[in-house]
Design a protein around this ligand. Sequence first.
Ligand code: SAM
Length: 240
Amino acid sequence: RKIFTDFPICGTFELSADDAHHVVVVLRHTVGDTLNVTDCTGATYECFITRMEGHSAYLTPARKLSDGPSANGKVILAAGLLKGDKFDWVVQKATELGVGRIVPVQMEHCVVKLDDKRRQARLGRWQRLALEAAKQCGRDDVPEVAPVMSFTELVDAYADTRFIIPYEQETAPLSEACHDVRTGDAVIAIGPEGGYAEKEIAYATQHLAWCRTVSLGPRILRAETASLAALSIIMYERGF
Ligand code: SAM
């Protein structure tokens, strides 16, 4: 299991309680042992355990092993909020597939409407799920889960990023747009259970510098299936 920090490593630091338990109690490491730790920038360091107090462990970086994700850019999954725990599932599976960032979007046809308090609680849960999934699948970085935003906020925030919108009414296949997003940052934006509102598609096509609406085939996929199918295809085209 990988160890991540949610801060940049630049000197001696204390492991989180969860990681310390794993290192001290489960793996029975001791002072002087080395561990590889990846920080929030994606950089990985070889670190010595320099101090232990009860179940706390303090590590000191000895050398940098890698700089983290390449300059190839990120695939950003923006997806409409979903009912129940379906968005949890999207966060976990998208992390396994190598997503660079996840943006939950409150869209017009979302069945779920989250107030500020619930948005904060969900965001914390999704960030924890992304961290756990990244550890589980052996990624070198943890994808950021951004705060919930509206669709217009999403478009305005990524106005200069290439943007792919799977849309049931489109016939041009995703594969045709893929060769334009083989490198660099790209957003893939999936509608909620109720699909896109026409005015959302209109806003996107008017305000984005580069936007393609695409088909994911003749069958209407559930929103969570659509997120993971589209992400799988794009990651494959980018060489994972
Ligand atoms: N209720 C909507 C309808 O019947 O028009 C279906 C929405 S679908 C469950 C959720 C989202 O998945 C859509 O907004 C779209 O982004 C994506 N999606 C699902 N199937 C698709 C397909 N065959 N082609 C393109 N996008 C698709």
